[in-house]
Design a protein around this ligand. Structure first.
Ligand code: ADP
Length: 570
């Protein structure tokens, strides 16, 4: 046949790239090396943007966030053994956050496996606890099918990470161009998408009836709703019913924080007193106090909307609706429209929430209004908030990590648009910052990216500032430099003893470290600031320039609390 007539010219590396490209992949993140370097070059030649990192960990975090922001799996490419192990950081983060991503790793030659080959590891096994699917292409002809399976599974049902292992002998194996083309065309035509379970009419009716009868209803939404792009439906639901809402940290922005029904500034009251809570795309995990008293009322009835039936089984809510958030909220709206109800501003519950939110908001504003120098956390955060709000056009994506910096940022920074906040997430993962920045810059090319990071969080991936400069990404990284993890040396005199008492505290870094100089080493722009005026001008200049920059904000080493707001977990 014609396949046999052409000489073999397509190797495994090329075929992986070709399959990815034909299945719609437009971006990849990773670190090249033996045996996958040509895979990356081939992908680029086929029009895929390959963002090359210094460390697979950051590249993996980038792939996971890209999956969240775009709804398409973020692709991470790594070398074998240690590359795969570093990449596990990203894969596990995708699993924890339920974000779609695919890690593709080269692996050692199949003939030499088990004999101590170069960078040998049983990668298919190693990744299993963090992947929905872990596959190995054992022959070049299996590649297109494997690629399709991992891409599809990553987004099917509850999103998550998948893994594809490509041994070096398979990457070198060759087939003819026409055979390659046939294999790829076959998977293009035969892709199956798992149908989403249709919500039952009766569930929708029960949910609406519960909300209708509730005295103190609350709508809670999280990053699953953001992933589902449910913003229009949620806006409509809140407008129709007048029910106050509470976003989780990354749910912030689905409806603007400035909305009059936002219960964010009255969070304790809202969750402590609500009698029916419609929870959409958010797990009742530690972030939501497991849905239990004393934070929640013992009597609260949960209506849980989640793509994952497992999640609903786990939480045993009063009512569970398995389905896509956008679709389910759309159905709720339709049902409500037939017989509308709306709480109205003078409803006692709505009034009590808005009163509390107003009081707390004013308290916070009066703290924020002070210019404290040397900087505490609040003063620079206010200046950053105002600078972000002043940006014209689409809102910047805010990336946030660090204990105090993230905590303070969460309450001070204002989110007005969906999916514009990326933070340490479900796992409280520190070190995500630069990877998330790079993902946001490539996934949302019309937006400025602003990272607000603690110095410790920044340090995990600081070398990736070179990546920012190399790709000239519009990312401004603001480092809250208080000289260490939580702050500087906070030990009491009795804790400072023993033969190593001259060593610095485990929490402390070099005081007043010149983080801004890191980016200057690569030709980026660095600022060091210690006063409100200097910070304002650094932000004005760097936000307008939309070029890579690091703003090193010197903060009082005693300003932060140990463990931020999570002392009870310490
Ligand atoms: P948050 O951290 O914002 O509270 P979580 O990560 O805990 O959010 O929860 C997100 C939930 O959203 C997960 O349980 C996941 O199964 C669910 N989810 C993911 N995609 C969808 C979707 N399209 N529709 C509804 N729920 C979704």
């Amino acid at each position: 046949d014609s396949a046999a007539a052409t000489p073999p010219s397509i190797d495994g590396n090329f075929l992986v790239a070709k399959s990815l490209s034909r299945l719609g992949v437009t971006h990849m993140f990773g670190v090249v090396g033996i045996p996958v370097t040509s895979l990356a070059s081939r992908a680029m030649a086929l029009g895929i943007r390959f963002i090359a990192f210094h460390n697979e960990q950051s590249a993996g975090y980038a792939a996971s966030a890209y999956g969240y922001l775009t709804g398409r799996p973020g692709i991470l490419l790594t070398v074998s053994g240690p590359g795969c192990v570093h990449g596990l950081a990203g894969l596990s983060n995708a699993w924890a956050n339920t974000w779609p991503m695919v890690m593709i790793s080269g692996s050692c030659d199949q003939r030499d496996a088990g004999r101590g080959d170069f960078q040998e590891l049983d990668q298919v096994e190693a990744v299993k606890s963090f992947s929905k699917l872990s596959e190995k292409a054992k022959d070049v002809r299996e590649i297109p099918n494997c690629v399709a399976r991992v891409l599809d599974r990553a987004v099917a049902g509850r999103p998550g990470g998948c893994y594809l292992d490509v041994p070096s002998d398979v990457l070198r194996q060759k087939i003819s161009e026409s055979e390659a083309e046939n294999l790829v065309a076959e998977i293009e035509n035969s892709r199956k998408h798992e149908p989403i379970r249709a919500s039952l009419r009766s569930e929708i009716e029960s949910a609406v009836s519960l909300l209708r009868k509730a005295e103190r209803p609350l709508i809670v939404f999280g990053k699953g709703a953001a992933y589902s792009r449910a913003e229009d439906e949620l806006k409509k639901l809140v407008e129709l019913t007048g029910i106050p809402f509470l976003p989780t940290p990354m749910g912030k922005g689905l409806l603007p924080d400035t909305h009059e029904l936002s219960a964010t500034a009255a969070r304790s009251l809202a969750i402590g007193k609500c009698d029916v809570a419609l929870v959409v795309g958010a797990r009742l995990n530690w972030l939501l106090h497991f849905g239990e008293s004393p934070k929640w009322s013992k009597e609260v009835k949960f209506i849980l909307v989640d793509i994952s039936e497992e999640e609903i089984e786990l939480r045993k809510p009063h009512l569970g609706i398995a389905g896509d958030a956008k679709t389910v909220i759309g159905l709720l709206n339709r049902e409500i429209k037939d017989d509308p109800f709306c709480l109205g501003k003078s409803n006692p519950w709505v009034e009590s929430i808005s009163k509390k939110a107003k009081e707390n908001g004013e308290k916070m504003e009066s703290q924020l209004a002070k210019d404290v120098v040397p900087f505490n956390f609040l003063t620079p955060m206010r200046i950053i908030r105002d600078a972000i709000l002043a940006v014209q056009g689409p809102s910047p994506v805010v990336v946030s990590e660090g204990a105090n910096t993230m905590d303070v940022g969460r309450s001070v920074l204002v989110q007005k648009e969906p999916r514009t906040r990326l933070d340490a997430g479900t796992w409280g993962t520190m070190g995500v910052g630069l990877g998330y920045c790079i993902a946001a810059a490539v996934a949302c090319p019309d937006r400025l990216v602003v990272a607000v990071e603690g110095d410790s969080g920044f340090g995990f991936s600081a070398m990736e500032v070179e990546t920012l400069v190399r790709y000239n990404l519009p990312v401004v990284v603001i480092v809250f430099n208080n000289g260490g993890v939580y702050g500087g040396d906070r030990r009491s005199p009795e804790e400072i003893s023993g033969p190593h008492k001259e060593d610095p505290a485990p929490t402390s870094f070099v005081p007043n470290a010149g983080y801004h100089k890191l980016i200057e080493a690569f030709g980026g722009k660095g600022y060091i600031v210690e006063t409100p005026d200097d910070l304002k001008s650094a932000l004005a200049e760097s936000f307008a320039a939309r070029n890579p920059a690091v703003v090193n904000v010197i903060v009082d080493p005693f300003a932060g609390a140990e463990s931020g707001r999570l002392q009870h977990k310490n």
